[in-house]
Ligand binder design. Structure first.
Ligand code: FAS
Ligand code: PHB
Length: 398
């Protein structure tokens, strides 16, 4: 027994990409349904990104959920680079004619979008099992899934694969129709969330040391988010809170290390680092967006912001299809999104390579990183390049 229904756009995944796409399509009067394999609590429990580009903040406002970031976000005008035990500010706003980034966690973004969706009563299927995509290379695609023991078939015009790196959408594309580019880094990030005031509430701190990379971020004035580079094969149980606090302070400049407030971790997770891009991002009536199509090492704070850019391009293309009876945007989506994605991949790879310890590079490699950082903080040209990529290149960068 299969229960059949129909919509215009089937969205796979209720992470930031799927939820933001749903909000923008709803605003344009386009029917859609989101199908998510986890529960709302599970989706909210994943601690991830923390820095939003202005493009992303603007999109949240366009989607009708800008109130959260306006009241809970912290605007940053600079970042700080630590190397050779010294901290150097980079005046991001001054170098980009006034642009800023906003510290506001992905968890909060996701919660704002979920609450907005729930208030509107928009169709969202959580804990959907065995999701499968059908006939997206033809004119009548559909998605099947099992919910509470009942098999469902959702007929649609288009499918948006917003189901992340391990999702079913990209995996449903025939192997000879897709090209994947990947680089796996020889280390991971160990992240800790703690209810202690951030050591730096006005700027994200990126530290290069001969012990490895460290990052100091925040979620609010009372909640900090910190990371240290660790070997890929480390286990969470290898890292007590005390070991984490001792290690991150060894990687910062002495003044900041002294000033850092420590406390019990309320979340601790390990994330492998990879660069990944799948080309193209459109297969007939299936479109990939967000982590389903690309992954960046989180060093450049681009993952969530790239997903937002994809969603802006895709929502505009679908709105143009339905409201203006034009497929120009749909036909151009993949090329347009990939141009922005590869620029962010380059920036994330460059900053990761500059800031992390690569065992095979040895003492000479550490000196090369320190020399490039020393040049960067003194060069208006190179620090401008860092700043304009960090705030995010415009959607119409060309
Ligand atoms: P997501 O992975 O967030 O969401 C995909 C959704 O699809 C999930 O809810 C999943 O349950 C669902 N799904 C998967 N398979 C499905 C199926 N078969 N059927 C139905 N639903 C399915 N970015 C930063 O900018 N800064 C960071 O510090 C940072 N840290 C990260 C740490 C980790 C461990 C990870 C994995 C990513 C991190 N990122 C970071 C990147 C992250 O923020 C992503 O860019 C962001 O989550 C992208 O959002 P989505 O594209 O919606 O993918
Ligand atoms: C975070 O706050 O989680 C964060 C901030 C900046 C990054 C990566 C992660 O580059």
């Amino acid at each position: 027994m299969i229960s059949s229904s129909r919509t215009q756009v089937a969205i796979i995944g209720a992470g930031p990409s799927g939820l933001l796409l749903g909000a923008l399509l709803h605003k344009a009067g386009i029917e859609h349904t989101i199908i998510e394999r986890q529960s709302p609590a599970y989706v909210l429990g994943r601690i991830r990104a923390g820095i939003l580009e202005q493009v992303t903040v603007d999109l949240l406002h366009e989607a009708g959920v800008g109130h959260g970031v306006d009241s809970g976000g912290t605007v940053h005008h600079s970042i700080e680079l630590v190397f050779k035990n010294t901290r150097h500010p980079i005046d991001v706003t001054g170098l980009t004619n006034g642009k800023v980034v906003t510290a506001y966690g992905q968890t909060e973004v996701t919660r704002d979008l979920m609450q907005h969706r729930s208030q509107l009563g928009l169709p969202t299927v959580y804990e959907a099992a065995d999701v499968q995509l059908h006939d997206f290379d033809g004119k009548h695609p559909s998605v099947t899934y099992t919910k509470d023991g009942v098999r469902h078939s959702l007929q649609c015009d288009f499918i948006a694969g917003c189901d992340g790196f391990h999702g079913v959408a990209r995996a449903s594309v025939p192997r000879d129709a897709i090209t994947e580019y990947e680089k796996v880094y020889p280390f991971a990030w160990l992240g800790v969330l703690a209810d202690v005031p951030p050591v730096s509430s006005h700027a994200i701190v990126y530290a290069n040391s001969d012990r490895g990379f460290a990052l100091c971020s925040m979620r609010s004035m009372t909640r900090s988010r910190y990371y240290v580079q660790c070997p890929s094969n480390d286990k969470l149980e290898d890292w007590s809170d005390q070991r984490f606090w001792d290690e991150i302070r060894r990687r910062l400049d002495p003044e900041m290390a002294e000033r850092m407030q420590t406390g019990p971790s309320i979340e601790k997770s390990m994330a492998p680092l990879r660069s990944f891009v799948a080309e193209p991002m459109r297969f007939g009536r299936l479109f990939l967006a967000g982590d389903a199509a690309h992954i960046v090492p989180p060093t450049g704070a681009k993952g969530l912001n790239l997903a937002a850019g994809d969603v802006k391009y895709l929502s505009s293309a679908l709105i143009e299809h339905y409201k203006e009876n034009s497929d120009a945007g749909i036909d151009h989506y993949s090329q347009r999104a990939l141009a922005r994605i590869w620029r962010a991949e380059r920036f994330s790879w460059w900053l990761t390579t500059l800031m992390h310890q690569f065992p095979e590079s040895g003492a000479f490699g550490q000196r090369m990183q320190e020399a490039e950082l020393d040049y960067l903080v003194k060069s208006k040209a190179l620090s401008t390049s860092l700043a304009e990529n960090y705030v995010g290149l415009p959607l119409d960068f060309g």
